[in-house]
Write a protein that binds this ligand. Sequence first.
Ligand SMILES: Cc1cc2nc3c(=O)[nH]c(=O)nc-3n(C[C@H](O)[C@H](O)[C@H](O)COP(=O)(O)OP(=O)(O)OC[C@H]3O[C@@H](n4cnc5c(N)ncnc54)[C@H](O)[C@@H]3O)c2cc1C
Length: 439
Amino acid sequence: MTIKSSKTKGDLHEDAKSSYFHLPALDVSDAFPQATPASIFPPCTSDYYQFDDLLTPEEQAIRMKVRECMEKEIAPIMAEYWEKAQFPFHVVPKLSALCVAGGTIKGYGCPGLSITASAFATAEMARVDASCSTFILVHSSLAMLTIALCGSETQKQKYLPSLAQIKTVACWALTEPDYGSDASALKTTATKVAGGWILEGQKRWIGNSTFADVLVIFARNTTTNQINGFIVKKDAPGLQATKIENKIGLRIVQNGDILLKRVFVPDEDRLPGVNSFQDTNKVLAVSRVMVSWQPIGISMGVYDMCHRYLKERKQFGAPLAAFQLNQQKLVHMLGNVQAMILVGWRLCQLYEKGKMTPGHASLGKAWISLKARETVSLGRELLGGNGILADFLVAKAFCDLEPIYTYEGTYDINTLITGREITGVASFRPAVLSQRSRL
Ligand SMILES: Cc1cc2nc3c(=O)[nH]c(=O)nc-3n(C[C@H](O)[C@H](O)[C@H](O)COP(=O)(O)OP(=O)(O)OC[C@H]3O[C@@H](n4cnc5c(N)ncnc54)[C@H](O)[C@@H]3O)c2cc1C
């Protein structure tokens, strides 16, 4: 007996096509068994000059604790969350247990680490996943540090302990749609009213802002025309934060657009230590040291991944590691990593001795991120086709580095900060505008 189908030939063809196209993807280990994906993270082979020996036992211990956690908890899930552009909230307790949030801040439940320990912890996070390190960096080195450096005693006692345990999350909102590199010209306003301030304006790109409990927001005081800082709580009426979609880098980080429509902030939540843009620079100089360690960590991870991959993958009857051109690229990457660590480490020492200038921090951030760009590009080449897959780390790292090259001052802006310091001449504004402002 033949069963008559009501479907036409065309329908049946479409059905067959769609079931064919809807087959789930092969697991990458089945599809490409020749090399181990980054979910099983490669051993650290990038410490060629054995810098680890120069660390104190405490610094070594924190480094190993962060490395272990990142390799065990984050590496197996990072490609999936990166692809989905979602934040893995379930790992926050693991990150909290590392006791790195609050970094160098002493007291208020913060770890009071040496800047070197904090820097190596940042690098170890970024080695596995730059998004996780950015989440901590924004929370700790920007928001918490601003409260620690510019907050009142009451504000420090109220906010820092739960932020240190990541029971609450913070973000740091300076950039606006119209003012990125030119942030000192920002136009969000703060107007004094009885008992507090009314904030009105817009912020863009703010990391963690879609779920932050505490938002550190910078606005222009309408009386003094200077920049002030405020602590805004997430449920403040008139505050709205929405996720920026379609990013190609740091996809796990939730960057947001913030709208402030007549948001009331009580007097007690104005940061007394932010009275001009220069005060935000105090925070940025320190956090730029930490940001410099992100490209170092990213480059270490990419080198480690390439080192393993080249030994596992064979072509022309030999492991890729046996070809001279590949060895040259690998050695070039390794040399970059050693030099980047030295520059980053010297920055930490200058900071500890109270000798670090804004120009030092900016040169470090600019030069290290430039070298990292070169390093991850070489890594991307070395992995061939797999160099464009998040599963083998380098494609993800390649994309994650791009926003780091740009945030906390682009390469150009940091170059100009150092340029101003060494020549005594500021060249941020086009000559024609500078001349006009002198008239
Ligand atoms: C993923 C991500 C996360 C971020 N997180 C935060 C955050 O948490 N909080 C926050 O406040 N901000 C954040 N930012 C914003 C970031 O700091 C800005 O993107 C950055 O300062 C650059 O500003 P812009 O994107 O507006 O670029 P623009 O300022 O428009 O610059 C565009 C280009 O012009 C160049 N340029 C600009 N001015 C000059 C000049 N005078 N001379 C020479 N070249 C110049 C720049 O170098 C750049 O190449 C984030 C950005 C990204 C992408």
